[in-house]
Design a protein around this ligand. Structure first.
Ligand code: ADP
Ligand code: ZN
Ligand code: ZN
Length: 733
């Protein structure tokens, strides 16, 4: 038998297994999942062992040169998943595999520290003759493993006393593994689960039934209005999975992975939960991976990439807010965590629960009318609380009546009323910064990023920033085009809202939550805790305030402008707007005082807005599906997008034309839209063109895209142009 190795070059051309001979020195040590060094061409490259089989040409095999780590880097499920991802998303297998095991390679290993232990048999120090040693002795009996410094400090003696005891053999020094626990400063208070209400019981028992069934994957769509207690359903389902010796995964969107959420899980499952998100240090992530690999932790709570966590036997996979666009990774491998979860569950025979108050069109249509998913519904809020009443404010009329400010009279009054009653307010605007458009009133020049075709946002720091590449520059006092002093700051962001609120309500205590205020570690938690504890009256923010927050004191949610997402050049613009409005509205009225929502909009008749107003998911679904059917968009068709980028626009355009011809030449039944410049025409100095392929069967898309890519790498003509394929794209920008 010879080792099948994938070499670690992320190129489509070498994405196949190569056979190597395992030399006697490594026999028995090289296994599936091993990272090895192998000769490849004239150099040595890293590779991963994915199997063993007899090579077709055993005579000219080369030897595996070295074994790079001890244990395997990936599980059999992960390997199967990576292979499927490579075929499905047209990416190199090693790229998909690396997305799974990279945390294991970021640090050398577990963190080891020196600790001290009491020696097994020795004379106990006498408290009268050696009071200091006796104090140390007492501490180390109670807390063995402390470091020299910790021990001296705890005993209130100089470290030299400790050193002397080590020298006399009273204490022995040993290395121990210290776990880098991302939650160690959180109190681990066990929380007793509440008694489930009727709809929750029905949902949980259906899921448990599925967990108890032998056989293939089962998928549930849990459609529950905001505040209906979906999280509690997940928690019970996870308990049930653990009780059956199965492991569970719980995925949430990165910004919904709040400290509150982590507290809830730790409170219920203690150290059985491993937490994975982008703010962990490499060491913390490594240790969480180890705890999962060894089985010490059986529950993963994490964002998108936690779907790749190394669970031996996942039995339950939950995606909360399954409709969230952030489940799609926007760089290679361009996977969607929901699609991957469904596939992984297929391999593992696991139960999948997709939850949302506003399910994606793709998922909901699978759960109704004979689709493959089971629909579970939570139609009411916990405790029979009503959904908040939603009022629309027509900004056109507001302007006609002479109000040019960012707040309508209604919204101002509503805020004032809450402040006088000591209730809390959330204000939502999905744009950060102060002013989103800086333009010269004399010559019309719009200040844009020199690297992107994007207007710069003014921040209160006095700088202009590009929100795509982070370029920043001091705001000029004169127009760089004509020297005029009349530079206008138009368009508003959360900073401007904050300033205006402070001007209108000078005594209100105001907090802002957006990616500019949560830079420091722990800042996110502080802001939310302060608000939850009632130490602030108004919370202003971007999407970060729209998701997950469960704060009973909030009786008013104000949407400053509902139209921002509505007119994006993207066929999902209405869906995104409906979802966002429903989510943010759902933050209001979670306490006994009830709640209200005010949505300011220039489009009060748009169905995305009116359906959100009426809490009418079904109505929205029907309207949106009818439109998608007419226009031939998903879920009625499948899409793929080829994005072409490069520094020279002419080359990009020519390459895009070439790809279009290659698609035509492939002779498969796809519809081709474009090539055309992408809505974001230039980012980070690269021009962007795209082609959108549409087909009724997804495999046809891959056929066409593969043909185009093969033709493209075959010509060798556009060496400075990059092409990326996006199967089932979530963003058309
Ligand atoms: P959703 O995720 O559906 O918006 P949550 O899971 O945030 O709703 O639940 C809303 C609130 O109701 C939370 O504070 C939760 O702790 C509480 N809750 C959930 N189920 C119950 C129950 N059966 N009894 C009492 N409180 C509950
Ligand atoms: Zn000017
Ligand atoms: Zn830029």
């Amino acid at each position: 038998m010879h080792a099948e190795v994938l070499v670690s070059l992320a190129l489509r051309q070498v994405d196949k297994v190569f056979h190597y001979n395992v030399p006697p020195s490594l026999a028995g040590k090289v296994q599936v999942g091993s990272r090895v060094l192998v000769p490849f061409g004239r150099r040595k490259v890293e590779g991963y062992v994915v199997g063993f089989s007899p090579a077709p040409n055993p005579a000219d095999l080369k030897d595996v040169a070295a074994l790079l780590d001890e244990g395997p880097l990936f599980t059999p499920h992960q390997l199967a998943l990576a292979r499927w991802m490579a075929a499905y998303y047209l990416c190199p297998t090693v790229k998909a595999l690396r997305a799974m095991f990279w945390p294991l390679l970021q640090v050398k290993g577990p963190k080891k520290v020196r600790g001290l232990w009491p020696a097994a048999c020795c004379e106990v120090p006498d408290p009268r003759r050696a009071p200091k040693s006796a104090a140390v002795w007492q501490v180390i009996q109670a807390r063995p493993g402390l470091s020299r410094k910790e021990l001296a400090e705890a005993a209130g003696v100089s470290p030299r006393v400790v050193d002397a005891m080590v020298a006399r053999g009273l204490l022995r020094s040993e290395e121990r593994i210290e776990s880098r626990d991302p939650c160690q400063d959180l109190p681990e208070k066990r929380i007793k689960p509440p008694v489930l209400h009727g709809e929750q019981i029905r949902a949980v028992s259906k899921i448990i039934e599925a967990l108890d069934q032998k056989g293939g994957r089962q998928v549930f769509l849990l459609h529950g209005v905001t505040g209906s207690g979906k999280t509690e359903v997940y928690l019970h389902a996870i308990s049930a999975a653990l009780a059956r010796g199965k492991q569970a995964m719980m995925l949430v969107p990165e910004i919904a992975l709040t400290p509150q959420m982590i507290d809830i899980f730790r409170g219920r499952f203690g150290r059985q939960v491993a937490v994975l998100h982008s703010r962990l240090s490499d060491g913390e992530r490594y240790d969480e991976y180890q705890r999962l690999r060894t089985g010490e932790a059986g529950v993963v709570l994490g964002a998108r990439s936690a779907i790749f966590a190394p669970l031996e036997q996942p039995g339950l996979i939950i995606l909360d807010e399954e409709h969230e666009p952030s489940y799609k990774q926007e760089e290679s491998p361009r996977y969607h965590a929901r699609t991957v979860a469904l596939r992984l569950a297929g391999y593992a025979g696991a139960v999948v629960v997709l939850g949302s108050a506003t399910p994606s069109m793709e998922s909901y249509c699978q759960a109704v009318g004979g689709g493959a998913y089971h629909l579970l519904e939570l139609t009411r809020r916990v405790g029979e609380l009503p959904l908040p009443s939603v009022r629309l404010v027509d900004l056109r009329r507001e302007l006609q009546e002479g109000n040019k400010g960012m707040f309508s009279r209604d919204l101002r009054e509503a805020i004032a009323r809450r402040l006088s009653r000591r209730e809390q307010v959330i204000l939502f605007l999905n744009r950060r910064g102060y002013s989103t458009l800086v333009v010269c009133r004399e010559c019309g020049l719009v200040l844009k990023c020199p690297h992107c075709d994007i207007s710069l946002t003014y921040h209160v720091s006095g700088r202009l920033r590009c929100h795509y590449c982070n370029y920043s520059v001091l705001a000029p006092s004169l127009c760089p085009g004509c020297g005029s002093r009349h530079v206008a700051y138009l368009g508003m962001g959360t900073q401007k809202v904050e300033q205006e609120i402070r001007r209108l309500f000078p005594t209100a205590r105001v907090l802002r939550l957006d990616s500019d205020t949560v830079g420091r570690r722990g800042a996110h938690r502080e802001i939310i805790d302060t608000f939850r504890e009632g130490e602030a009256d108004i919370l202003i923010g971007t999407q970060m305030v729209a998701k997950g927050l469960d704060i009973p004191g909030v009786t008013l949610v104000g949407v400053i402008n509902a139209d921002i997402s509505l007119y994006m050049p993207d066929f999902r613009a209405s869906e995104r707007t409906f979802q966002l409005l429903t989510q943010v509205a759902g933050r209001s009225g979670r306490g006994e005082q009830g709640g209200e929502v005010l949505i300011q909009t220039y489009s009060p008749d748009h169905y995305a807005v009116t359906c959100a107003q009426n809490h009418d998911y079904q109505g929205f679904y029907r309207r949106e599906m009818a439109l998608r059917r007419t226009l031939g968009y998903p879920p009625f068709t499948h899409l793929a997008r080829l994005l072409v980028t490069g520094r020279v626009e002419k080359e990009v355009q020519e390459a895009a034309d070439f790809l279009a011809q290659a698609v035509h030449a492939a002779g498969v039944p796809v519809e081709l839209l474009g090539p055309a410049p992408a809505p974001l025409t230039r980012i980070k100095d690269r021009y962007r063109w795209h082609l959108v392929l549409k087909a009724s069967v997804q495999s046809v898309l891959r056929e066409a895209a593969t043909a185009a890519l093969d033709g493209f790498s075959g010509t060798g003509r556009y060496r400075r142009v990059q092409v990326s394929v996006d199967i089932a794209p979530q963003s058309m920008m």
